[in-house]
Design a protein around this ligand. Structure first.
Ligand code: CU
Length: 552
């Protein structure tokens, strides 16, 4: 695009942002980044009786200023980020979701399998019809997984504006339970001053590139330099989240990247991090200073409050090769680690030397991350060769753009006996229980894509930043001995990866890029897994009834 048109479009965006902000004369009442929402109760005992946790969620729009810049935020219970769900393995969750929006919505817990209850996955058009405006739907399920997860709206575009929160499952058998004293959640996200609907409209109608975030947040808060905005724009400069450390204590931080666009480099000045969990799976302690997290990825780290009593920056740095290249003021995405007993001054600490790397990559899951428990890797029965591509506002899986069918869902259709789907549904059907599938996904596009699979974790066998030419190169090395398992992995620019998983979970599961604008553009496929077993499971009538609204 020539520079003149580019700068014209930038001006246009700034102007629309200004109009959006200036026209906002409402009062900010959203509860933002309340510290209590991110402080967890560490398990006090290894023996737990299963409990039921019932949550009443009101999905509603309200004014708030996460970084000091006032705007409408899409929230659950007027809280941003959304209320933390904190349970223990074996517990039941009842989520009564009242939809106070003027459009349908759904709630998806990122990383849960929903074995035996696939209608609880919360993916619109895939596992359910949307929850109609001004009505309630109840998700009700037992959780037999452990670890760090999050939940978010799974209706296109809605979580850009704030519908996301942590979902934490304590584990009575946690092998590291005695190695930390306290737990905090750290939710990283990118943030826009323009609402998602406007950004998405501009993205499609002007054939513009994906929007650059205006800021990044840690637990829903950050500062912003108000002088970057048009004069008189409502902006109070914001404040940073604060994590209070008691000297000598050990903290487990459960870090979640809930972004829509941006990967982050996470670090705390002067503090070493021991990674112990990758997306619900324990690993042997891996010590480092900086953890890269792409969208949808989660890690737990143990950090010791073993430094001088003072204040330190916690950092969630953007990849500056991709973001804010043209901006004179860099955006710093920081929180404060405050040692009890220290003054309240801002930290003056410095980045670790290696904190900014020149190129974004997943934490080295192939060599350095080793599962805590050994698991035999089954051999593969079938390798699926899939490509993905992206062009302006068109996303492809194997050459086909996914188009959601909001009048039904693929899971509803399976119950109605449908087994053949239109080409634009990007459906792949698996009918053999226990079959071991390798997906070799190769990227025809020169951007990285963080891929997430619903209903499963997969072993990551190999990830490469070279072109895939149709045959596996003879010098490609794979990790076939106790590789790690996860549910979110980066497909490198013009690169490829191989992941392995077992067909053992009846349901309809998406496999998609987690950059929101890429998913909306069609970079999504649906896996119909064991359809004959699906129909033996009894879905609740309320779930079936949701489609009555969509059909009208
Ligand atoms: Cu993508």
């Amino acid at each position: 695009m020539n520079t003149y048109i580019f700068s014209l479009l930038l001006r246009c965006i700034s102007f629309i942002t200004w109009i959006t902000l200036f026209s906002n004369s409402c009062v900010d009442t959203a509860s933002i980044g309340n510290e209590d929402n991110f402080r967890l109760s560490k398990l006090s005992s290894r023996s737990q009786t299963p409990k039921t946790h019932e949550y009443n969620f009101n999905v509603t729009i309200i004014y708030g200023a996460p970084d000091g810049v006032s705007r409408q935020i899409w929230t659950i219970n007027e809280q941003f980020p959304a209320p933390t769900i904190e349970i223990t393995k074996g517990d039941r969750v009842i989520m009564n979701v009242y939809n106070n929006l003027n459009e349908t919505t759904t709630v998806h817990v990122h990383g849960l399998f929903h074995q035996g209850d696939p209608w609880n996955d919360g993916s619109v058009a895939t596992s359910q019809c949307g929850i109609p405006p001004k009505s309630t739907f109840t998700y009700n399920f037992t959780v037999n997984q452990v670890g760090t997860y999050y939940y978010h709206a799974h209706f296109p575009g809605q979580y850009i504006d704030g519908i996301y929160g942590a979902f934490i499952i304590h584990d009575p058998e946690d092998p590291y339970l005695d190695e930390y004293d306290e737990e905090y959640i750290v939710v990283l996200s990118d943030w826009f001053h323009t609402e998602g609907k406007i950004l998405t409209k501009m993205y499609f109608e002007l054939h513009f590139v994906e929007p650059n975030p205006n800021n990044g947040l840690i637990n829903g808060k950050n500062k912003y330099d108000c002088t970057q905005l048009y004069p008189d724009t409502p902006c109070n400069g914001g404040e940073c989240s604060k994590f209070t450390f008691v000297p000598g204590k050990r903290y487990r931080l459960r870090i979640i990247n809930a972004s829509t666009m941006a990967p982050f480099f996470f670090s705390i000045d002067n503090h070493i991090l021991d990674v112990i969990e990758v997306e619900g799976g324990y690993i042997e302690k891996y010590t480092l200073t900086t953890v890269p997290l792409n969208i949808g990825q989660r890690y737990s780290v143990i950090v010791k409050a073993d430094q001088e009593i003072s204040n330190y920056w916690m950092r969630s740095a953007f990849d500056y090769t991709a973001y804010f290249r043209n901006q004179t003021t860099k955006v710093y995405n920081n929180a404060i680690v405050h040692y009890e007993g220290a003054d309240e001054k801002e930290p003056t600490t410095q980045f670790w030397n290696d904190s900014i790397t020149s190129e974004w990559k997943d934490l080295d899951q192939l060599v350095n991350l080793k599962p805590y428990y050994y698991e035999e890797l089954p051999s593969s029965d079938l390798t699926m060769l899939l490509s993905t591509d992206f062009n302006m506002t068109e996303g492809y899986m194997n050459g086909s753009m996914y188009v959601p069918d909001y009048n039904g869902s693929t899971l509803n259709k399976v119950y109605q006996g449908v087994r053949e789907f239109d080409a634009d549904q990007n459906v792949y059907t698996f009918t053999q229980p226990g079959q071991v599938i390798d997906i070799l996904l190769y990227n025809l596009n020169n951007k990285e894509h963080p891929f997430h699979m619903h209903g499963h974790k997969f072993w990551v066998l190999g990830s490469f930043n070279t072109n895939f030419t149709g045959v596996i190169p003879s010098n490609a090395t794979f990790n076939l001995v106790n590789p790690i398992k996860r549910d979110s992995v980066t497909l490198e620019a013009c690169g490829w990866f191989v992941i392995r998983f077992v067909i053992d979970n009846p349901g309809v599961w998406t496999f998609h890029c987690h950059i929101e604008w890429h998913a909306i553009s069609g970079m999504v496929m649906q896996m119909v897994e064991l359809p004959d077993s699906i129909t033996k499971l009894d879905p609740p009538q309320d779930w079936i009834n949701l489609c009555d609204y969509s059909m009208n």
